[in-house]
Design a binder for this molecule. Structure first.
Ligand code: HEM
Length: 462
């Protein structure tokens, strides 16, 4: 990653004077030792190393040197990294109340301060209930054929073209997210929402300077427009008094009542959470299948069998079909493990916490390292090998965390798996593809991605 990008990240993500002060003053209160580790350069810490190296190498070399709990200093804050399954459970589940989610203030402002990710307690529980209601299998069962139409349309538009897989998957994931969040209104307002959303996204990782002309300023403006469009959709729905089973319907229907602003923050937040994550995973799957022809053949055979059964009237995929794709599902699981697109998540200690004989001082960030857990030979033998068959046996408890764990774990995981399965069904039964240009490198942004977003050429099977 370039210097400028890392610099922006530092400024925009975590630098805050209170954070530094907490670090300095907590030193006097320490009784227990801090975990072992190195804090890197003053202030900048080890941020460069984290964002300029292969994350597998960065984390693995640290864990090898210091053990499964270690201290470091990244993105302007002192941190404790933890890499054992038990420790991750401790932070995310058992003692989750001691470790609150934490995000840079600029990100909160951009997504909306009342969005689910930023909260704990009653308000979070209420939102989570509404989000889960919209994304539970019973609700998303009804949109399988709509997702299928989006998948078919996307693939048809790539046929014969050189396409950037990640960019195309982002469009696909965005359209599915709109459908699940706004139902048919998502289609009606798609172009308006899309143009605002794309501007918002561009400024997400920029310097948080809200002056005319800056990316951040443009993003904040686009965010305002998004909220206005959502306000329009909400008021039309109120007038029509129809019941909707999508996420907006869930937010609007709740007896406890959310304000329009709370609804907008959460709609924008959920679309954000749904899009690049799912698109990255799909991009990795396309790569791994191309590199592993024997696995691709097994997937294609499984999907062909489902397609052949559908030669009668009922040609569309059903929820039951998607639950009958064990080989393809294991490919998804193995991709989630190997690619570990979210290498870690952030929490913050709300008080001084004793942990395995060490002190985690109040205010320090705590990072459960999903990637290390997924790449430890203790949990997954030959961890670098792409081998979906390893999931024929369930992984050991707390060792497979692609969707996190505990109260903030991913409520969209069923939808993510569904939309991936539906797209893979049509991709592997109708098309072949080849990767174009170098593809062995990895880009490390917020999500790990194949080099250049994986350009591919797609053609119809003969
Ligand atoms: C393969 C795709 C996806 C992956 C790998 C993924 C991963 C995750 C992870 C690891 C978390 C927990 C973060 C933490 O504990 O700090 C999370 C949270 C979340 N995800 Fe996903 N996600 C995916 C797709 C989706 C989709 C499709 C949706 C919505 C439709 C979604 C909505 C959310 C929301 C709202 C949260 C916050 C939950 C809370 O704070 O209570 N995600 N996701």
């Amino acid at each position: 990653m370039e210097f400028a990008t890392v610099f922006c990240l530092i400024i925009s993500l975590f630098i805050s004077v209170p954070c530094l002060l907490k670090f300095l003053t907590s030193a006097g209160r320490r009784r227990l030792p801090l975990p072992p580790g190195s804090m890197g350069w003053p202030y900048i810490g080890e941020t460069f190393q984290l964002y300029s190296q292969n994350p597998n190498v960065f984390f693995a070399s640290k864990v090898k040197k210091y053990g499964s709990i270690l201290k470091t200093h990244i993105l302007g804050c002192p941190c404790v990294m933890i890499s054992s399954p038990e420790a991750a459970k401790h932070v995310l589940v058992t003692r989750a109340h001691l470790f609150k989610p934490t995000f840079p203030a600029s990100k909160e402002r951009m997504l909306g301060t009342q969005a689910i990710f930023f909260h704990q307690g009653d308000y979070h529980a209420k939102l989570r209930r509404m989000v889960l209601r919209a994304f539970m299998p019973e609700s998303i069962k009804n949109i399988v054929s709509d997702i299928e139409s989006i998948a078919v349309g996307s693939l048809e538009s790539w046929e014969g073209q050189l396409v950037n897989t990640f960019q195309e998957m982002k469009t696909y994931a965005f359209n599915v997210a709109l459908l699940s969040v706004l139902g048919k209104d998502g289609v009606l307002y798609r172009e308006e929402l899309k143009s605002c959303y794309y501007i918002l996204e561009k400024g997400y990782n920029s310097m948080p300077i809200n002056l005319p002309g800056t990316l951040f300023h443009k993003s904040m403006k686009a965010r305002k427009e998004l909220a206005q469009i959502l306000g329009k959709i909400i008021s039309v729905r109120r007038e029509m008094k129809n019941n909707h089973t999508d996420l907006l319907g869930s937010f609007m229907g709740d007896k406890e009542g959310l304000t329009d602003e709370q609804i907008a923050d959460n709609v924008i937040g959920v679309i954000f959470a749904a899009r690049d994550t799912t698109a990255s995973v799909l991009t990795w799957i396309v790569k791994y299948l191309a590199e592993n022809p024997s696995v691709l053949q097994l997937v294609a055979e499984e999907q062909d069998a489902i397609r052949k059964e559908k030669c009668g009237v009922e040609k569309v995929l059903t929820w039951a079909d998607t639950k009958n794709m064990p080989i393809t599902s294991r490919v998804i699981q193995e991709t989630l493990r190997v690619a570990s697109i979210l290498s870690f998540t952030f929490r913050e200690a709300v008080e001084d916490v004793e942990f395995e004989g060490y002190l985690i001082p109040k205010g320090w960030k705590v990072l459960p390292l999903f990637r290390n857990i997924h790449h430890s030979p203790d949990n997954f033998p030959e961890p670098e090998k792409f081998d979906p068959s390893r999931f024929e046996v369930s992984p050991k408890p707390n060792t497979f965390l692609p969707f996190g764990n505990g109260t903030h774990s991913c409520p969209g995981n069923e939808l993510a798996k569904l939309e991936i399965l539906v797209l893979l069904h049509h991709l592997t039964t109708k098309y072949r593809w080849s990767m174009v240009g170098p593809h062995s490198g990895i880009q490390y942004g917020p999500f790990a991605l194949p080099q250049n977003g994986l350009p591919i050429r797609l053609s119809l099977k003969k």
